[in-house]
Write a protein that binds this ligand. Structure first.
Ligand code: PA5
Length: 448
């Protein structure tokens, strides 16, 4: 198996094969519409052919910048929020040692930390305390350059770096990823002479993981961005409009979730049995939530880590309101082997497992859970990854992006805008009395 594999057999007790097959024409039309740029949001389709359009020279530039940060820094802080950090964190966590943070940071193998994805004063204080004794660098990522959370974090960290290293040295240790010409971060980067990478105008944040937004931090963490891109290119081909519905995983995933939604399955739970995949689910939640949750429509994207959450959310999933379906990301091969030992006294009664490796037990938990959930009224989709490596993760990322575009069009929304995100910002600025928000300030304060 050299591809990730989507299995949909376990939805057929809930929706018919005919119903899914009937989506062939509509999903092909949606796919065509993406490629011909005739649908809603067609000015944000730069991600569509991004994997195959990344040149070796582009990757050379990313790798050379990554090499510099790796060789110079013990810690690299990725500053960004939403689509400007989730993809990088998802891939880095999926590929890293589970205890990376405790392995000790050193030049040549910097620890990747994150900032600008919250407005917690304690988080920022504690991060800055830690960085006082570290040689650190910053990758500041913001397409607009004015997003409040990363802008606050970058102000603080830039000032700290200048204080610790001096202005000249700081120039080498900051890389900005922002839009080509407009925007505050572009102006600042030009003014300070920082190395920059461009987020193209036609790529939205949540579709940007395969651009420098994701690739630079992933390369700094020491992972093979060429293999990641290769995997994405493979999936770009497999999900192209010329692929028949039955062979096109993105089209089939989009069809199944739309049909389940029509049948009242309003919540999709992305399940993993591998804690390293937690942030893949966080990235996926943004991708689908921000793309489809509009016009009072859209599947609610949720996520759980199994078996951990079987001991907390398992009851609800098995027995609660029957409005859910689940998509399991299954990793076929664990990277390491751990054999369960025999115990003389067998107090826990687990000697029947002695001699098995841990992943065998995990796989039976996965199978048993799937059967229980299907029996309990939860349709099941499965995406298998042969192993957790750059190439298969690249395939997975592009598969989800392409399916999201098709699925949004099947739902009838614009998958590439996010008008709802502005509401909290408007209120926050009114409450903080941002210049220009005088009327909103007055109105909101009258409501308190
Ligand atoms: O997907 C999106 O558009 C958002 O999540 C943005 O990426 C996020 O709000 C950050 O925006 P910016 O990169 O402009 O700081």
């Amino acid at each position: 198996m050299d591809r990730i594999k989507l299995s949909i057999d376990r939805v057929f007790g809930f929706v018919s094969q005919e119903a899914i097959a009937s989506y062939a024409a509509a999903s092909a039309a949606a796919n065509e519409s993406l490629h011909r740029a005739t649908g809603k949001g067609n000015d944000f389709l730069g991600w569509l052919n991004l994997p195959s359009s990344i040149s070796s020279a582009d990757l050379d530039e990313i790798e050379s910048s990554a090499r510099l940060l790796r060789s110079e820094c013990e810690v690299v802080v990725v500053v960004g929020i939403g689509g400007s950090y989730l993809g990088a964190k998802a891939v880095i966590d999926a590929l890293s040692n589970s205890f990376e943070q405790l392995q000790g940071s050193r030049k040549g193998h910097p620890l990747i930390l994150y900032a600008g994805h919250n407005i917690s004063e304690d988080y920022l204080f504690e991060l800055q305390e830690l960085l006082k004794t570290k040689r650190f660098g910053i990758i500041s990522i913001s397409k607009s350059g004015t997003t409040t959370e990363p802008a606050i974090a970058f102000r603080l960290l830039k000032a700290q770096l200048e204080e610790q290293q001096g202005k000249k040295e700081t120039q080498r240790l900051i890389v900005c990823i922002t839009d080509k010409a407009r925007g505050a971060l572009r102006t600042l980067a030009t003014q300070e002479n920082y190395k920059t990478f461009v987020i193209e105008d036609n790529i939205g944040g949540r579709f940007s993981v395969l651009s420098p937004v994701g690739l630079l931090p992933i390369a700094v963490a020491g992972f093979d961005v060429r293999a990641l891109v290769q995997g994405a290119v493979e999936m770009e081909k497999d999900c192209a409009p010329d692929r028949a519905f039955e062979e096109n995983p993105a089209a089939r995933y989009a069809a199944v979730r739309n049909e389940l939604y029509k049948q009242g399955k309003k919540i999709e739970i992305l399940v993993n049995f591998h804690p390293k995949l937690h942030y893949i689910a966080e990235w996926w939640k943004q991708l689908y939530g921000e793309s489809e949750g509009k016009e009072h429509k859209g599947i609610f994207p949720a996520a759980v880590d199994f078996t951990t959450d079987l001991h907390s959310m398992g009851q609800w999933i098995q027995d609660g309101e029957r409005t859910i379906f689940e998509t399991v990301i299954s990793v076929c091969e664990a990277k390491h082997r751990k054999i369960i030992p025999h115990s003389e006294d067998n107090l826990d009664g687990l000697n029947f497992l002695a001699g098995k490796h841990v992943d065998e037990v995990n796989k039976m938990a996965e199978l048993g859970t799937m059967i229980a959930h299907v029996d309990g009224g939860v349709p099941n989709l499965k995406i298998e990854l042969p192993q957790l490596d750059e190439r298969y993760i690249g395939q997975l990322l592009y598969f989800f992006e392409k399916a999201c575009g098709i699925s949004g069009y099947l739902l009838g929304v614009n998958p590439f805008d996010q008008p709802g995100v502005e509401a909290y910002k408007k209120n926050m600025f009114a409450l903080l009395e941002k210049p220009g928000y005088e009327a909103e300030s007055k109105a909101i304060k009258a409501r308190l």
